[in-house]
Design a protein around this ligand. Structure first.
Ligand code: GLN
Length: 279
């Protein structure tokens, strides 16, 4: 019984009986403020009754399906550590593809102008600013709670990002950019996926466009629809989308008058990001 343990090693073993072993390890490390090496080399290190009580509560929440990132208030993206809270979507590894594609397009620009639409906890904006210190980076979100988290992440990584509250391009005026990136909500309303894998714990406004009976593309349409008015010549729009939306997204990009329309595969071989250029 977890309540009775007194050391980190014992805590790891007992917690592993009710949740995944890696999750158990990460929760023990979080509560005891120790490392994986401590667990292996100093398993007898003591845990206070208060730490044990906190661990038991976290293990219970994890057993109930709450994502680990919300329990430890942290997630990794593109090798950087980001604070997360239930106000923001947890960064996904497939979104790192967007960073790779952005890097390919930014290399020849000395001081690119970049905007991240629907920034959430700020992963795209902060990562790109860290990679391109000379870039001017803006980030937009409708959620003030998300912008607070994103602001803390920017400060933590000393990334100078200008944050704007509002609906997609609305707070940006007539500004134009070399690169627009977005990981918008794209899961169709009432898609059964929204009930699985911890998604019920995440902000639904970050996952789905909320259009009953729709195809999940409402936000993607808004972003693509405004791109030509907000891209500089030869500027790129790169946008993440659902596993079955790439053909629709490419059609939207063509219809918006953009060129070099393409889609790219994520690590699971799913077309996950599409993009196009304003020639
Ligand atoms: N890829 C995420 C999921 O299906 C959704 C991310 C998003 O809506 N932008 O879990």
């Amino acid at each position: 019984m977890l309540r009775l343990v007194t050391s980190i090693g014992e805590a790891w073993r007992v917690a592993s009986q009710s949740i995944d072993r890696l999750d158990a390890r990460l929760l023990v490390e979080y509560v005891a403020d120790c490392t994986h090496v401590d667990l292996l080399v100093r398993p007898t290190r003591a845990l206070s009754t208060d730490q044990v009580a906190r661990l038991a509560a976290l293990v219970k929440r994890r057993s109930g399906g709450e994502p680990l990132a919300y329990l430890v208030n942290s997630a990794e993206f593109y090798t950087l550590e980001f604070q997360v809270s239930p106000a923001v979507l947890i960064p996904r590894p497939e979104t790192e593809l967007l960073v790779e594609l952005a890097i390919q397009r930014l290399q020849s620009l000395p001081a690119p102008r970049i905007v991240d639409l629907g920034t959430g906890c700020g992963v795209l904006a902060v990562t790109l600013k860290c990679l391109y210190p000379a870039a001017t980076v803006s980030a937009v979100d409708l959620s003030l709670a998300a912008l607070e988290v994103a602001g803390r992440n920017a400060a933590r990584h000393a990334a100078e990002v200008s944050f704007f509250a509002g609906d997609w391009y609305a707070p940006l005026g007539e500004a134009r950019f070399d690169l627009i990136v977005a990981n918008p909500p794209y899961v169709a309303y009432a898609d059964p996926h929204l009930q699985q894998n911890g998604l019920p714990f995440e902000p639904q406004m970050a996952l789905s466009d909320g259009v009953a009976g729709g195809d999940g593309l409402a936000c993607i349409r808004a972003i693509i629809g405004g791109a030509a008015r907000h891209l500089l010549p030869d500027g790129w729009l790169l946008i993440e989308h659902g596993y079955n939306q790439s053909a629709d997204v490419r059609n939207l990009l063509w219809s918006a008058g953009l060129s070099d329309v393409a889609s790219w595969l994520d690590l699971s071989q799913v077309e996950r990001v599409s993009g196009a250029c304003l020639r």
